[in-house]
Design a protein. Structure first.
Length: 647
């Protein structure tokens, strides 16, 4: 396919005259049938790289993405453009899934979005073998890497899909990947006949295209803040325009939003525990500038297309630079000046250290959770194979006196070890069933015009509602009735209270499924790849985050780019470090883990005895070399065996 054909499709559907960045190279590569890996920063235009070649190819492009909200939005957007798109995710009825898959087989779907969990379904795999697939797109491809910050075991199913479709090329896309993760993505997605498990083999199967992760319009700032709330209000009063504030917990999002409203700053909050209709409404209010500030957990942001965010503020420190970079990157996607601010103090360091033990509790504790899980569900030794249970973490913790954070971590470790499948929050679609007969329904008198519209729309679009519950698409019914989703939700609740129908709202429910028969607790094995290696990797990411927050000698942008493997970087001249040292280029030798660790030790401004360096878990030779350099260049001083930082 010629480049001009791709441009023509781009102009026809999106109205752009030409591609930007590395879009064209990626499109030409996958369009020519080559396995392709594209590394593009947030806002780099990833969607275009698979949507354009999909329209220029025969068959169905399968897009694997973990973000249900994103796939729904993209399907609606593509359909408005006249592109035949569909999505399959948890919550759809079996009939809806079969209809969608058969439409793919008969050529009625050009782009099919699928959640990774769906790949293991026998129904999906059976139908897939009869489809003409143009290529497979793996969005958020870092999720397939055990070294990625957001590893998801369900992504490993993609390798099996490749065995079913050996001649179908793969396009992997990510906005956050270190060099190690880039290598691992290629290894995990390698064609069935190529083994890349050995480091002796070259990674030649993928065409790799990388855009610089540099954001020239984005100023990174770390603000040492004793009183974070005061600093937050100060920043929002001085940086005008739309903002996102990221907080660590659901409770904190509400507290911070209330604080901002009391200070006269328009704000709302968002987290995964809110009802879907409420989340949709709040997101819409923020996107339409009815609310200025969105205070949210990391559940907010993926797929959010709002280019005019002027500032992203982290009031709590993320676990990794990958997470920070992706969330901070939601500022300034319109190309105008924007800010990414991290509020940091000594308490953050302690909290980050605690996250290591919270995320990797002792192995005996993990085994104890496994045992208690069996008691909770009355699963005997040798039984339980493939049994699935709805999991109420609060009830479980109350029954066995556990804390939710550690239980959640233990279940994830057991998941990685292959004992259980732990689905944190499975999106269950809303369901409806009429509780009165059809004749009775027609004789109803006390219903409002809008209620009548909703009843009519339900009867027109769904069969068997008088016999059994049906999954419904609330946004579809709302649009048919000319209502906002929040209005539809309230109408369905009212109809439920009037006993005309029974409405079960959409909810997110965690599930636990036994992948093998229950073992005796003492036989539960947690190998190094599941526990020690991942714990070490997590600790490294935590330390990299701390080093970034405390290193006030090296340009913030340069620190981030180096972390993602861009050695040829330069000072941005707009971050807090560059602005505080406008005429002083700090040597690259400071930008090492050993130098970071020493400077971090002295960050509290107090003298520390040189013997405290023994507690730093880094190679002694490299640590001594860093110490010698820092003393020679007068970044730090030594007096009577005590080290102190230059003021």
């Amino acid at each position: 396919m010629r480049v001009e054909n791709y441009r023509e499709v781009l102009r026809q559907y999106w109205g752009y005259d030409d591609f930007r960045g590395i879009q064209r190279e990626i499109i030409e590569s996958i369009g020519s049938g080559h396995d392709t890996l594209g590394l593009m920063p947030t806002g780099g235009g990833k969607s275009i790289t698979f949507q354009v070649p999909a329209l220029c190819s025969e068959g169905t492009c399968i897009v694997i993405t973990p973000l249900i909200a994103l796939m729904k939005d993209q399907v609606q957007h593509l359909r408005r453009l006249g592109i035949r798109a569909a999505a399959i995710y948890s919550g759809l009825s079996r009939e809806e899934i079969i209809t969608t898959l058969e439409n793919c087989i008969f050529g009625g779907v050009t782009i099919l979005y699928v959640s990774p969990e769906r790949l293991s379904s026998e129904l999906f795999r059976t139908k897939l073998r009869h489809m003409k697939v143009s290529f497979i797109t793996v969005d958020e491809a870092h999720c397939i890497s055990q070294w990625g910050y957001d590893f998801r075991p369900s992504y490993l199913q993609i390798a099996d899909i490749r065995k079913d479709l050996p001649d179908v090329p793969v396009l992997a896309l990510t906005a956050t990947a270190t060099p190690q993760v880039v290598e691992d993505i290629q290894s995990k997605l390698a064609p069935p006949d190529i083994s890349l498990t050995s480091h002796l083999l070259p990674l030649t199967s993928f065409n790799v295209f990388k855009m610089s992760f540099e954001r020239k319009n984005l100023a990174y700032v770390v603000r040492q803040a004793t009183d974070k709330r005061e600093q937050l209000i100060h920043i929002l009063n001085n940086v005008k325009g739309c903002a996102i504030v990221y907080a660590r917990s659901r409770r904190r999002t509400k507290e911070v939003a209330e604080l901002l409203c009391e200070a006269g700053i328009s704000a709302t909050f968002y987290h995964a525990g809110l009802d879907t209709v409420v989340k949709d409404q709040r997101q819409r209010d923020w996107q339409e500038d009815k609310v200025r500030v969105m205070v949210a957990t990391n559940a907010f942001g993926m797929g959010i297309d709002k280019p005019d965010v002027r500032v992203v503020i982290h009031i709590d420190c993320p676990d990794s630079l990958e997470a920070y970079f992706q969330e901070a990157g939601r500022a300034g996607r319109d190309g105008r000046k924007a800010y990414a601010v991290l509020l940091y103090n000594d308490a953050d360091h302690r909290k980050l250290d605690k996250r290591i033990s919270d995320t990797f509790p002792e192995k005996e504790y993990v085994r104890k959770v496994y045992e208690h899980l069996a008691y909770f569900y009355q699963v005997g030794v040798g039984s339980g194979y493939h049994a699935t249970f709805e999991f109420n973490i609060d009830k479980f913790c109350h029954a066995f006196r556990h804390f939710p954070i550690q239980v959640d971590s233990a279940l994830k470790i057991l998941n990685r070890a292959g004992y259980i499948e732990y689905t944190e929050e499975q999106d269950n679609q809303a369901r409806v069933m009429f509780t009165i007969g059809r004749n009775e329904l027609y004789r109803l008198e006390h219903v409002s015009p809008n209620e009548e519209k909703v009843i009519t729309a339900l009867l027109r679009n769904y069969g068997g509602l008088f016999v059994d519950y049906n999954f419904i698409d609330e946004s579809f019914i709302a649009s048919q009735c000319g209502l906002q989703p929040q209005q539809l939700y309230m109408i369905l609740k009212n109809l439920s209270e009037k006993h005309i129908l029974h409405f079960i709202p959409q909810k997110k429910t965690p599930y636990v499924r036994y992948l093998q028969r229950r073992e005796n607790t003492e036989n539960v094995q947690l190998p190094p790849m599941v526990y020690e290696e991942r714990k070490a990797q997590f600790r490294e990411r935590i330390y990299a985050m701390v080093a970034y927050a405390t290193n006030d000698h090296v340009c913030r942008s340069r620190q981030l780019l180096r972390y993602f493997g861009e050695e040829d970087s330069h000072d941005c001249q707009q971050c807090d470090v560059c602005l505080s040292h406008p005429h002083h280029q700090v040597s690259e030798a400071v930008n090492t883990p050993e130098a970071h660790a020493i400077l971090e030790l002295l960050a509290d401004g107090k003298p520390h005895h040189i013997t405290e360096l023994r507690d730093i878990q880094l190679p002694t030779e490299a640590l001594n070399a860093a110490l010698e350099y820092l003393l020679r260049e007068e970044y730090i001083f030594q007096e009577d065996g005590f080290l102190s930082k230059k003021l």
